[in-house]
Design a protein around this ligand. Sequence first.
Ligand code: EPU
Length: 421
Amino acid sequence: MAKYEIIGGTPLSGTVTIGGAKNAAVAILPAALLVPGKCRIENVPDISDVHTLLDILASMGAKFEWVEQSILEIDCSDVTCTEPDPTLVRKMRASYYLMGALLSRYGKAHVALPGGCNFASRPIDQHIKGFLCLGADVEETEEYVDISAGPEGLQGARISLDVVSVGATVNIMLAATLMQGQTIIENAAKEPHIVDLANFLNTMGARISGAGTDTIKIRGVEKLKGGNYAIIPDQIEAGTYMAAAAVTGGNVLVKNVIPKHMECITTRLREMGCKIVEFDDAIRVQRTAPLRRITVKTMPYPGFPTDMQAQICVCMALANGVSRLTESVYETRFFGYCSELENMGAKIKINEKTASVTGVPLLRGTTVHAKDLRAGAALIIAGLAAQGTTVVKNIHYVERGYEHIIDKLTAIGANIRRIDD
Ligand code: EPU
């Protein structure tokens, strides 16, 4: 199993360019199933979750080609399969978007339950509720979900989500795009990748409005057509490099970002004493003084993202005083990395949803294990700040969502290498 070896202690300095958003890409690629024509998609991140999805789509009959680095052409005209390969589906979480996409295009889907990062119980009851409201019959076993148009066919509906769910919002948008009538999703997720998916679908001929607010309206259309689209930059990849700059006392220009999407993160880093300068599509993060303690609570967008919980925890671990970090989306997410950070010298006390993090002057390098994608990212930035050598194992989690991470970190002065065992 490959691992990363990091020799810490160097302040990061220079420019890093952010790739396309993972969580937008993994929704937009299944959305291409709705299009009987060629989609040219730019800013596609070079990450293993994207490659797994492309393998799944290709095994179903899609044709795709990388025309340039990060520019993909995909044509799903010839797809007829509605039962994607379960082994591939189980490799990742977002393969559950095949359910909504196949239901929309073919009126049926037989999809294995997804795999992916298991940092918490991740139910899909709200996805199923959405399909049922649209008139589908749904049968669930322990391994599969079988969905088909019910006796009355599929029809737009008003669906009020019981919890704000990115996945359910995406799946219902996909399912309703090619359906008769109007669907209204209430209590919808507002994340930038929801807006990006709506923009992609509208570019291909869908009629979706309200994405980015908590009420999304989808007027079903008969058919989509091919077109060109560019995926937004990755908010969490950008936030991770910003945290890495902060924690190492660095000075990094993070390029290809949408500063508006970063506000919840820039605000916190400013509170910690970092100097942040925003440009049109870049943010500079500089730290010259010790980090100060802060209080953070994760929330759905526009709140502080749960996907940045672990990275901000590393900043807190090296700040002056006691910081408080409350998780309100996935209660068990602390368990993916806090014990590993403690092995590096961090002082963290978890009480239900809140971690109290007492800053220490330095972390020490040791061997740690990534248990999920963002936990892995946090351990890397902890290693960059730590004294000595840190070895991060289980890096396949990290490579699910961070493109060219070694090249990008090395270019800003990090001493990190990938070792293939
Ligand atoms: N929930 C339910 N029922 C459902 C769906 C969700 O109770 O049917 C609950 C979850 O248990 C959780 C909350 O609702 O407490 C939010 O879950 P959501 O559905 O929004 O999460 P997701 O769609 O499974 C996406 C991202 C995650 C990110 C979360 C929250 C993708 C592919 N994944 O997951 O990203 O943490 O939204 O923002 O978009 C990551 O990138 O590392 C990652 C895990």
